[in-house]
Write a protein that binds this ligand. Sequence first.
Ligand SMILES: Cc1cc2nc3c(=O)[nH]c(=O)nc-3n(C[C@H](O)[C@H](O)[C@H](O)COP(=O)(O)OP(=O)(O)OC[C@H]3O[C@@H](n4cnc5c(N)ncnc54)[C@H](O)[C@@H]3O)c2cc1C
Length: 435
Amino acid sequence: MYAADALTDHEIEVDVFDRLPTPFGLVRYGVAPDHVSIRSVRDTLDKVWDKPGIRFLGNVEVGRDISIEELRRSYNAVVLTYGAAADRRLGIEGEDLPGSVAATDFVAWYTGHPDYRGPDFSRLLHNTRRVAVIGVGNVAVDVVRVLSKSESELSETDMPDHVLEALRDAPIEHVTLLGRRGPVQASFTTKELKELGELAEADVHVRQDELELDPWSQEQLANNKVAQRNVAVLNEWLERDSRTDTHRAIDLRFFVRPESIGGATHVDSITVERTELDADGRLSGRGEFERLDVDLVVRSVGYRGEAMPGVPFDPTSNVIPNIDGRVTDGGDVVPGLYVAGWIKRGPTGIIGTNKKCAVGTVTSLLEDLPSLPDPVETTDLAQVLSDRGVQTVSVDGWRAIDARERDRGHERGRPRQTIAAREELMEIAGTTPAT
Ligand SMILES: Cc1cc2nc3c(=O)[nH]c(=O)nc-3n(C[C@H](O)[C@H](O)[C@H](O)COP(=O)(O)OP(=O)(O)OC[C@H]3O[C@@H](n4cnc5c(N)ncnc54)[C@H](O)[C@@H]3O)c2cc1C
């Protein structure tokens, strides 16, 4: 949307394709539903649709419904912004047991992603008292918070009803966040961290010995303002009296790495090894193991980009190779092919980082534009897709979905209620699903 915004500023016509019937990617299906103000960036992105010369072709998967080659033949330029939605794995024993899930799945479920086909969380959460969340980034903190919030805290969100009901009925008592390294190396931001200490029904705990900093961490701390603020918050929690008005506990653990996930037919434990950092910041195990009884393990160790057929890909860094947003193949620029967002940079940065990133790519595109050949194919792709039986969602279709979700939310005293079923989204958009 940021790339489309920058292009339309220069009176360039833009078609935005998405495999989903709805726009805005992870702003809709990633950003935590209880972060209402961050999610409201959608309102800003939505205004881009009002600009002249822009169309939405939702429900079109590039690489399946239409190829990159077809797109390149139909436009002067193609900008790839398909994100990095796959999960990373831990590579430890027990990782595939029922009850061991990827954060990507849990997030897709609680945000109501229409293609969600993962574990049945409504059933899983019904028997979940103790959870381990592996990872110390903002997504891991989102997962801990969503699992720990009270019914009334969550009722202000736009989560689908079935998600709210499952979270309300889950008998969760204990959520443990596990970090391999120390608090200085954690990648969560202070605002996200602090929220864990402000929950209505959950008390947060840290351990003194895990906040003690080795020489390497002390050195790193001196140059890292975010880590300084995080360490200050964690130390404040150490001093804080335990609350008696809560029925949930959140444990933040550091210097513990998952060794294996246990259970016969379902997760019943996770074994971690205590770790330490040497003078050069290298991590090693101390040979001391601890078993935690848990019913659910959520692995939140990062997102990963995937290759698209017909597009160069760097399998080491999982991004599309590029120079200033110009896609390269073996070091040579591929004319007319550009990239922006997570699939250009990897899964880092905040939403605003993508704006700068997209504007950078569009600057390269505008420089190249006079020398880019005109499209060889002049048939409207919306027509081509329709002839293939692919039903596309237009801006009007998206607006109908948007209005229906808001209406349903308002009926329940909430800002919006996300509609999760693809068939329903397509029906509201005034079309039927592609077969
Ligand atoms: C769980 C989570 C929480 C986050 N929370 C925050 C937060 O609180 N604050 C913040 O600033 N940032 C947050 N972020 C980061 C933010 O969401 C990203 O920076 C941003 O969404 C990346 O934008 P993107 O366009 O590169 O990718 P995406 O947002 O992933 O968009 C990619 C789009 O491409 C579509 N697509 C994929 N493949 C195809 C295909 N083959 N054909 C057609 N379309 C396709 C997808 O459906 C999607 O709509 C969070 C991220 C995650 C994962």
